[in-house]
Design a protein around this ligand. Structure first.
Ligand code: FAD
Ligand code: SF4
Length: 300
């Protein structure tokens, strides 16, 4: 691992002042030239970031630690009934926080992700922005499309864990288990820039398909940080669940997962069903026909 400078940020303005770029941009190399030379990148729990560095896929010049930014780990209700999840909240916090418990699919997804040690360190923001698990992407010997190369090795190679939907150009599956549940709840993501200006967008639209840009999984811009995820007020009678199937009983990413949020009326009739599949496509995949088909079934 090459030496790097360590910067403790106390605010998002300090992140931008340090010249932070996105890890996606820092990993792209075309015709032998890096898109960003000597990059500065941000770190939350550091689990994915340090993996990329140890694998020599990412060689930052400077690392900006976000963990000192006050208040970024808070989970709190907002006026109007929304729930605000700070980007530095850990996966372990999301699994047990009483304010998250009514969003059962999210608490389940958090409990179902990784191992206890990892959940204690991994953050919400880092989980949503972790890079794909495709083994060609994770190999320094394969300069594939996502890293700026010409070839997607998955199409002619080992692809049993790859996407079954929307895989034109690159067949990664989105690695975040939390994202499956959050998209099912129609969560929104809040991003903060250098001037502390905030932009908010639907999480579902924040994720990017390879046909739009094969080099990145989301619309994070250089100098921005994820500051929070916002959950809408739950409808009365809403029920939800998240199920994960992995190859091993112990900690692992899912080979398939699904989050379902059902909204029922006073008679118990299902009025809305939101069904999202994880590990199936390069972004959390909304199963529109399954959701529509369930609309008239009883919720219980
Ligand atoms: C054995 C194992 C099993 C796992 N199983 C699962 C699983 O089942 N499900 C699952 O979802 N994950 C799983 N993971 C992945 C793990 O949950 C993620 O690596 C972790 O959540 C990343 O969070 P972090 O805070 O450590 O992020 P970091 O590694 O610090 O950052 C990840 C990325 O996000 C960027 N970043 C972080 N926070 C911000 C922010 N606030 N604003 C802007 N950029 C930011 C960083 O620059 C980096 O690119 C597993 C990991 C391991 C090692
Ligand atoms: S699926 Fe995507 S990440 Fe994997 S080899 Fe193909 S282009 Fe690279």
């Amino acid at each position: 691992m090459r030496p790097f400078e360590w910067i403790e940020a106390a605010s998002s303005a300090e992140v931008t002042a340090a010249g932070a770029t996105t890890v996606a941009d820092a990993m792209v190399m075309t015709n032998g030239h890096r898109k960003v030379s000597d990059p500065t990148v941000v770190k939350a729990g550091g689990i994915d970031l340090l993996d990329l560095m140890k694998e020599e896929l990412l060689q930052p010049r400077r690392i900006v630690n976000l963990r000192g930014i006050a208040g970024l780990d808070k989970i709190a209700g907002q006026e109007g009934g929304r729930l605000r999840l700070g980007a530095l909240a850990t996966v372990a916090q999301l699994a047990v926080d009483p304010l998250v418990r009514p969003y059962a699919a999210l608490a389940d997804a958090a409990r179902n992700a990784a191992s206890p040690q990892i959940r204690n360190v991994a953050t919400l923001g880092g989980n949503l922005l972790q890079r794909p698990r495709c083994w060609y992407f994770r190999s320094v010997h394969h300069h594939c499309v996502r890293k700026g190369g010409e070839t997607c090795f998955a199409f002619g190679g080992e692809n049993q864990y790859h996407a079954i939907f929307d895989h034109r150009g690159c067949a990664i599956v989105h690695p975040s288990t939390l994202a499956t549940a959050l998209v099912a709840f129609d969560a929104r993501i809040e991003l903060t820039d250098a001037a502390e200006a905030k932009r908010e967008t639907a999480l579902e639209e924040f994720f990017v398909l390879p046909t739009r840009d094969p080099h990145r999984e989301n619309d994070l811009r250089a100098g921005e940080i994820v500051s929070a995820v916002l959950l809408p007020k739950l409808a009365a009678g809403a029920r939800s669940a998240h199920l994960k199937q992995a190859e091993k009983e112990s900690f692992d990413w899912p080979i398939a997962d699904v989050a379902v949020v059902l909204e029922a009326d006073a008679q118990g009739l299902c009025r809305r069903a939101s069904v999202v599949l994880g590990a199936a496509a390069p972004v959390p995949h909304r199963a529109r026909s399954a959701g529509g088909g369930a609309a008239r079934q009883a919720a219980q």
